[in-house]
Design a protein around this ligand. Structure first.
Ligand code: 13P
Ligand code: SF4
Length: 330
Protein backbone atom coordinates (compact mmCIF):
# COMPACT_ATOMS: atom_id res chain seq x y z
CA UNK A 1 0.00 0.00 0.00
CA UNK A 2 1.40 3.37 -0.94
CA UNK A 3 0.75 6.49 1.09
CA UNK A 4 -1.16 8.99 -1.03
CA UNK A 5 0.45 11.83 0.93
CA UNK A 6 3.54 11.29 -1.14
CA UNK A 7 1.77 13.61 -3.67
CA UNK A 8 3.70 16.48 -2.08
CA UNK A 9 6.93 14.84 -3.28
CA UNK A 10 5.68 15.02 -6.87
CA UNK A 11 6.51 11.45 -7.82
CA UNK A 12 6.71 8.01 -6.31
CA UNK A 13 10.25 7.50 -5.12
CA UNK A 14 10.15 3.73 -4.82
CA UNK A 15 13.10 1.94 -6.42
CA UNK A 16 12.11 -0.11 -9.47
CA UNK A 17 13.47 -3.68 -9.29
CA UNK A 18 16.41 -3.82 -11.69
CA UNK A 19 15.61 -7.34 -12.91
CA UNK A 20 12.38 -6.33 -14.66
CA UNK A 21 11.87 -5.49 -18.31
CA UNK A 22 10.48 -1.96 -17.94
CA UNK A 23 9.06 -1.77 -21.46
CA UNK A 24 7.25 -5.10 -21.10
CA UNK A 25 5.94 -4.25 -17.62
CA UNK A 26 4.66 -0.83 -18.69
CA UNK A 27 2.79 -2.42 -21.60
CA UNK A 28 1.35 -5.06 -19.27
CA UNK A 29 0.15 -2.51 -16.69
CA UNK A 30 -1.34 -0.38 -19.43
CA UNK A 31 -3.39 -3.28 -20.77
CA UNK A 32 -4.50 -4.44 -17.31
CA UNK A 33 -5.70 -0.97 -16.33
CA UNK A 34 -7.09 0.19 -19.66
CA UNK A 35 -4.66 3.12 -19.57
CA UNK A 36 -3.40 5.28 -22.40
CA UNK A 37 0.01 6.96 -22.45
CA UNK A 38 0.14 10.35 -24.18
CA UNK A 39 3.55 11.97 -24.64
CA UNK A 40 4.66 15.40 -25.78
CA UNK A 41 7.40 15.70 -28.42
CA UNK A 42 9.75 17.12 -25.75
CA UNK A 43 9.74 13.92 -23.70
CA UNK A 44 12.77 11.63 -23.51
CA UNK A 45 13.02 9.38 -26.59
CA UNK A 46 12.19 6.17 -24.70
CA UNK A 47 8.97 7.71 -23.36
CA UNK A 48 7.95 8.91 -26.83
CA UNK A 49 8.63 5.37 -28.08
CA UNK A 50 6.42 3.64 -25.51
CA UNK A 51 3.56 6.16 -25.74
CA UNK A 52 0.30 5.26 -27.48
CA UNK A 53 0.34 8.70 -28.97
CA UNK A 54 3.00 11.43 -29.28
CA UNK A 55 2.05 14.92 -30.29
CA UNK A 56 2.01 18.66 -29.67
CA UNK A 57 -0.11 20.37 -27.02
CA UNK A 58 -3.17 20.66 -29.26
CA UNK A 59 -3.05 17.00 -30.31
CA UNK A 60 -2.60 15.86 -26.69
CA UNK A 61 -5.71 17.82 -25.67
CA UNK A 62 -7.64 16.37 -28.63
CA UNK A 63 -6.64 12.83 -27.62
CA UNK A 64 -7.47 13.42 -23.97
CA UNK A 65 -10.94 14.63 -24.98
CA UNK A 66 -11.75 11.60 -27.12
CA UNK A 67 -10.06 8.60 -25.49
CA UNK A 68 -12.19 5.86 -23.96
CA UNK A 69 -9.37 4.66 -21.70
CA UNK A 70 -10.06 4.72 -17.93
CA UNK A 71 -6.67 6.19 -17.11
CA UNK A 72 -4.64 8.82 -18.94
CA UNK A 73 -0.93 9.04 -18.18
CA UNK A 74 0.16 12.36 -19.57
CA UNK A 75 3.91 12.37 -20.12
CA UNK A 76 4.42 16.07 -20.40
CA UNK A 77 4.18 18.97 -17.97
CA UNK A 78 1.62 19.83 -15.30
CA UNK A 79 -0.59 22.15 -17.40
CA UNK A 80 -0.95 19.37 -20.00
CA UNK A 81 -2.14 16.97 -17.29
CA UNK A 82 -4.57 19.62 -16.04
CA UNK A 83 -5.91 20.19 -19.55
CA UNK A 84 -6.47 16.43 -19.95
CA UNK A 85 -8.30 16.26 -16.60
CA UNK A 86 -10.46 19.28 -17.44
CA UNK A 87 -11.44 17.67 -20.75
CA UNK A 88 -12.02 14.21 -19.26
CA UNK A 89 -13.00 14.83 -15.63
CA UNK A 90 -14.49 11.36 -15.23
CA UNK A 91 -11.12 9.77 -15.99
CA UNK A 92 -8.13 9.48 -13.72
CA UNK A 93 -5.21 11.52 -15.04
CA UNK A 94 -1.59 11.10 -13.97
CA UNK A 95 1.68 12.86 -14.74
CA UNK A 96 4.65 10.64 -13.78
CA UNK A 97 6.35 13.55 -11.99
CA UNK A 98 4.04 16.34 -10.85
CA UNK A 99 7.07 18.63 -10.39
CA UNK A 100 7.10 18.92 -14.18
CA UNK A 101 6.03 22.56 -14.25
CA UNK A 102 6.43 25.20 -16.95
CA UNK A 103 8.26 28.52 -16.63
CA UNK A 104 5.77 30.11 -19.00
CA UNK A 105 2.75 29.01 -16.95
CA UNK A 106 4.62 30.16 -13.81
CA UNK A 107 5.16 33.60 -15.36
CA UNK A 108 1.40 34.22 -15.20
CA UNK A 109 -0.08 33.92 -11.68
CA UNK A 110 -3.89 33.94 -11.84
CA UNK A 111 -4.35 36.81 -9.32
CA UNK A 112 -1.96 39.09 -11.26
CA UNK A 113 -3.55 38.13 -14.56
CA UNK A 114 -6.98 38.98 -13.15
CA UNK A 115 -5.76 42.49 -12.22
CA UNK A 116 -4.30 42.87 -15.72
CA UNK A 117 -7.65 41.89 -17.26
CA UNK A 118 -9.45 44.44 -15.04
CA UNK A 119 -7.15 47.17 -16.34
CA UNK A 120 -8.30 46.36 -19.88
CA UNK A 121 -12.10 46.19 -19.81
CA UNK A 122 -13.97 45.17 -22.99
CA UNK A 123 -11.11 42.96 -24.13
CA UNK A 124 -11.50 39.35 -25.21
CA UNK A 125 -9.03 37.22 -23.23
CA UNK A 126 -7.02 34.73 -25.29
CA UNK A 127 -4.66 32.48 -23.34
CA UNK A 128 -2.00 30.13 -24.53
CA UNK A 129 -2.60 26.58 -23.28
CA UNK A 130 0.64 26.89 -21.24
CA UNK A 131 -1.29 28.29 -18.27
CA UNK A 132 -2.72 26.99 -15.01
CA UNK A 133 -6.34 25.88 -14.76
CA UNK A 134 -6.97 29.02 -12.66
CA UNK A 135 -5.80 31.28 -15.52
CA UNK A 136 -8.01 29.33 -17.92
CA UNK A 137 -11.04 30.21 -15.77
CA UNK A 138 -10.30 33.89 -16.60
CA UNK A 139 -10.01 33.17 -20.30
CA UNK A 140 -12.48 33.40 -23.21
CA UNK A 141 -10.62 31.11 -25.56
CA UNK A 142 -7.48 29.02 -25.21
CA UNK A 143 -4.98 28.63 -28.07
CA UNK A 144 -1.90 26.53 -28.77
CA UNK A 145 0.94 27.47 -31.08
CA UNK A 146 -0.71 25.33 -33.79
CA UNK A 147 -3.97 27.30 -33.89
CA UNK A 148 -3.17 30.71 -32.32
CA UNK A 149 -3.12 32.63 -35.59
CA UNK A 150 -6.39 31.15 -36.88
CA UNK A 151 -8.19 31.62 -33.57
CA UNK A 152 -7.08 35.25 -33.28
CA UNK A 153 -8.24 35.79 -36.87
CA UNK A 154 -11.62 34.23 -36.07
CA UNK A 155 -12.42 37.47 -34.16
CA UNK A 156 -13.38 40.58 -36.17
CA UNK A 157 -10.35 42.84 -36.80
CA UNK A 158 -11.62 45.59 -34.49
CA UNK A 159 -11.88 43.21 -31.48
CA UNK A 160 -9.80 44.31 -28.53
CA UNK A 161 -7.76 41.34 -27.33
CA UNK A 162 -5.59 40.50 -24.35
CA UNK A 163 -3.11 37.75 -25.19
CA UNK A 164 -1.18 35.91 -22.50
CA UNK A 165 1.14 34.73 -21.23
CA UNK A 166 3.77 34.37 -23.99
CA UNK A 167 4.88 37.79 -25.26
CA UNK A 168 7.02 36.26 -28.03
CA UNK A 169 4.13 34.23 -29.46
CA UNK A 170 1.82 37.23 -28.97
CA UNK A 171 4.23 39.57 -30.79
CA UNK A 172 4.62 37.07 -33.58
CA UNK A 173 0.83 36.73 -34.03
CA UNK A 174 0.43 40.54 -33.88
CA UNK A 175 2.96 40.75 -36.74
CA UNK A 176 1.24 38.08 -38.83
CA UNK A 177 -2.29 39.38 -38.37
CA UNK A 178 -1.74 43.14 -38.08
CA UNK A 179 -3.58 43.06 -34.72
CA UNK A 180 -2.51 45.05 -31.73
CA UNK A 181 -3.24 42.60 -28.93
CA UNK A 182 -2.31 43.69 -25.43
CA UNK A 183 0.39 41.26 -24.30
CA UNK A 184 1.14 39.77 -20.91
CA UNK A 185 4.89 39.95 -20.23
CA UNK A 186 5.66 36.22 -19.93
CA UNK A 187 8.08 33.89 -21.65
CA UNK A 188 9.48 30.37 -21.71
CA UNK A 189 12.99 30.21 -20.23
CA UNK A 190 13.97 27.44 -22.68
CA UNK A 191 12.94 29.24 -25.87
CA UNK A 192 14.32 32.58 -24.70
CA UNK A 193 17.78 31.01 -24.32
CA UNK A 194 18.55 30.45 -27.99
CA UNK A 195 21.62 32.27 -29.18
CA UNK A 196 21.38 34.11 -32.50
CA UNK A 197 25.19 34.26 -32.72
CA UNK A 198 25.50 30.48 -32.32
CA UNK A 199 22.72 29.88 -34.85
CA UNK A 200 24.44 32.20 -37.35
CA UNK A 201 27.71 30.32 -36.72
CA UNK A 202 25.95 26.98 -37.37
CA UNK A 203 24.42 28.37 -40.56
CA UNK A 204 27.94 29.33 -41.77
CA UNK A 205 29.06 25.75 -41.19
CA UNK A 206 25.89 24.37 -42.87
CA UNK A 207 24.84 26.95 -45.48
CA UNK A 208 22.40 24.46 -47.01
CA UNK A 209 20.45 24.03 -43.74
CA UNK A 210 17.07 25.72 -43.19
CA UNK A 211 16.44 27.30 -39.79
CA UNK A 212 13.22 26.15 -38.07
CA UNK A 213 11.99 27.98 -34.95
CA UNK A 214 9.14 27.71 -32.43
CA UNK A 215 7.17 30.98 -32.00
CA UNK A 216 8.07 31.07 -28.28
CA UNK A 217 11.59 32.15 -29.38
CA UNK A 218 12.58 35.84 -29.29
CA UNK A 219 11.88 37.89 -32.42
CA UNK A 220 15.59 38.02 -33.41
CA UNK A 221 15.52 34.23 -33.76
CA UNK A 222 12.14 34.23 -35.54
CA UNK A 223 13.41 36.88 -37.98
CA UNK A 224 16.37 34.64 -38.84
CA UNK A 225 14.20 31.54 -39.32
CA UNK A 226 13.15 30.09 -42.67
CA UNK A 227 10.05 28.61 -41.05
CA UNK A 228 8.26 29.34 -37.76
CA UNK A 229 5.73 26.95 -36.27
CA UNK A 230 4.53 24.76 -33.43
CA UNK A 231 6.33 21.48 -32.81
CA UNK A 232 3.92 19.60 -35.10
CA UNK A 233 4.18 22.28 -37.79
CA UNK A 234 8.00 22.16 -37.67
CA UNK A 235 7.81 18.39 -38.01
CA UNK A 236 5.43 18.61 -40.99
CA UNK A 237 7.56 21.29 -42.65
CA UNK A 238 10.77 19.25 -42.28
CA UNK A 239 9.04 16.12 -43.59
CA UNK A 240 7.60 17.80 -46.70
CA UNK A 241 10.52 20.11 -47.43
CA UNK A 242 12.89 19.35 -50.29
CA UNK A 243 15.76 20.44 -48.06
CA UNK A 244 17.78 17.73 -46.33
CA UNK A 245 19.26 19.69 -43.45
CA UNK A 246 17.67 21.74 -40.67
CA UNK A 247 18.83 23.79 -37.69
CA UNK A 248 16.05 23.38 -35.13
CA UNK A 249 15.34 26.13 -32.56
CA UNK A 250 13.02 24.46 -30.10
CA UNK A 251 13.43 21.92 -27.29
CA UNK A 252 15.58 19.21 -28.85
CA UNK A 253 13.19 16.33 -27.91
CA UNK A 254 11.38 17.00 -31.20
CA UNK A 255 14.48 15.83 -33.07
CA UNK A 256 13.61 12.25 -32.11
CA UNK A 257 10.38 12.27 -34.14
CA UNK A 258 11.96 14.38 -36.89
CA UNK A 259 14.68 11.74 -37.38
CA UNK A 260 12.18 8.89 -37.07
CA UNK A 261 10.03 10.36 -39.86
CA UNK A 262 13.01 11.48 -41.94
CA UNK A 263 15.89 9.03 -41.45
CA UNK A 264 17.79 10.43 -44.44
CA UNK A 265 17.65 14.06 -43.34
CA UNK A 266 19.97 15.81 -40.91
CA UNK A 267 18.66 17.75 -37.90
CA UNK A 268 20.96 20.02 -35.92
CA UNK A 269 19.73 21.31 -32.54
CA UNK A 270 20.13 25.09 -32.11
CA UNK A 271 22.28 25.79 -29.04
CA UNK A 272 21.40 27.92 -26.01
CA UNK A 273 23.44 31.06 -25.24
CA UNK A 274 24.47 30.25 -21.70
CA UNK A 275 25.99 26.82 -21.96
CA UNK A 276 28.58 24.82 -23.82
CA UNK A 277 25.91 22.18 -24.45
CA UNK A 278 24.77 21.90 -28.07
CA UNK A 279 21.14 21.15 -27.17
CA UNK A 280 18.46 23.17 -25.44
CA UNK A 281 16.51 21.10 -22.97
CA UNK A 282 13.36 21.76 -20.90
CA UNK A 283 14.37 20.41 -17.50
CA UNK A 284 10.69 20.15 -16.49
CA UNK A 285 9.78 17.95 -19.45
CA UNK A 286 12.70 15.67 -18.68
CA UNK A 287 11.66 15.00 -15.09
CA UNK A 288 9.48 12.17 -16.38
CA UNK A 289 11.43 8.93 -16.66
CA UNK A 290 10.58 5.33 -17.55
CA UNK A 291 10.94 4.37 -13.87
CA UNK A 292 8.50 7.09 -12.78
CA UNK A 293 6.12 6.07 -15.57
CA UNK A 294 6.25 2.46 -14.38
CA UNK A 295 5.61 3.43 -10.74
CA UNK A 296 2.84 5.78 -11.80
CA UNK A 297 1.00 3.00 -13.66
CA UNK A 298 1.64 0.40 -10.99
CA UNK A 299 0.65 2.46 -7.92
CA UNK A 300 -1.68 4.98 -9.67
CA UNK A 301 -0.03 8.08 -8.30
CA UNK A 302 0.68 11.00 -8.67
CA UNK A 303 -2.77 12.01 -9.80
CA UNK A 304 -4.13 15.33 -11.04
CA UNK A 305 -7.03 16.62 -8.95
CA UNK A 306 -8.92 19.80 -9.84
CA UNK A 307 -11.85 21.40 -8.04
CA UNK A 308 -15.13 20.74 -9.90
CA UNK A 309 -16.00 24.45 -10.15
CA UNK A 310 -12.63 25.18 -11.73
CA UNK A 311 -13.13 22.31 -14.18
CA UNK A 312 -16.53 23.69 -15.15
CA UNK A 313 -15.16 27.20 -15.83
CA UNK A 314 -11.82 26.22 -17.34
CA UNK A 315 -13.38 23.70 -19.71
CA UNK A 316 -15.33 26.39 -21.61
CA UNK A 317 -12.36 28.19 -23.26
CA UNK A 318 -10.61 24.87 -23.98
CA UNK A 319 -13.71 23.38 -25.59
CA UNK A 320 -14.10 26.56 -27.60
CA UNK A 321 -10.56 26.09 -28.89
CA UNK A 322 -11.26 22.46 -29.82
CA UNK A 323 -14.48 23.46 -31.56
CA UNK A 324 -12.78 26.19 -33.66
CA UNK A 325 -9.83 23.87 -34.41
CA UNK A 326 -12.18 21.15 -35.63
CA UNK A 327 -13.99 23.59 -37.92
CA UNK A 328 -10.63 24.69 -39.29
CA UNK A 329 -9.51 21.08 -39.78
CA UNK A 330 -6.58 21.47 -37.35
P1 13P B 1 3.55 22.96 -28.85
O1 13P B 1 2.21 23.62 -28.84
O2 13P B 1 4.29 23.18 -30.11
O3 13P B 1 3.44 21.55 -28.45
O4 13P B 1 4.44 23.68 -27.73
C1 13P B 1 4.32 23.38 -26.39
C2 13P B 1 5.38 23.93 -25.57
O5 13P B 1 5.43 23.82 -24.39
C3 13P B 1 6.41 24.66 -26.25
O6 13P B 1 7.34 25.06 -25.35
FE1 SF4 C 1 7.06 25.35 -20.55
FE2 SF4 C 1 9.07 26.14 -22.06
FE3 SF4 C 1 9.16 23.73 -21.01
FE4 SF4 C 1 7.41 24.30 -23.01
S1 SF4 C 1 9.65 24.27 -23.13
S2 SF4 C 1 6.99 23.21 -21.12
S3 SF4 C 1 6.90 26.43 -22.51
S4 SF4 C 1 9.18 25.67 -19.88
Amino acid sequence: MVDNNFQTAGFLNIPVPNNIDLIKEIHKLKEEKNAIILAHYYQKAEIQDIADFTGDSLALAQWAAKTDADIIVLCGVHFMGETAKILSPEKRVFVPDLNAGCSLADSCPADEFEKFIRKHPDHVVISYVNTTAAVKTLTDVVVTSTNARQIVESFPPETKIIFGPDKNLGNYINGLTGRNMVLWDGACHVHERFSLEKIVELKKQHPDALILAHPECKSVILDAADFVGSTSDLLKFATHSESNKFIVATEWGILHEMKEKNPDKQFIPAPPNDSTCACNECAYMRLNTMEKLYNCLKYEIPEIFIDEKIIEKASKPILKMLEISEKLGL
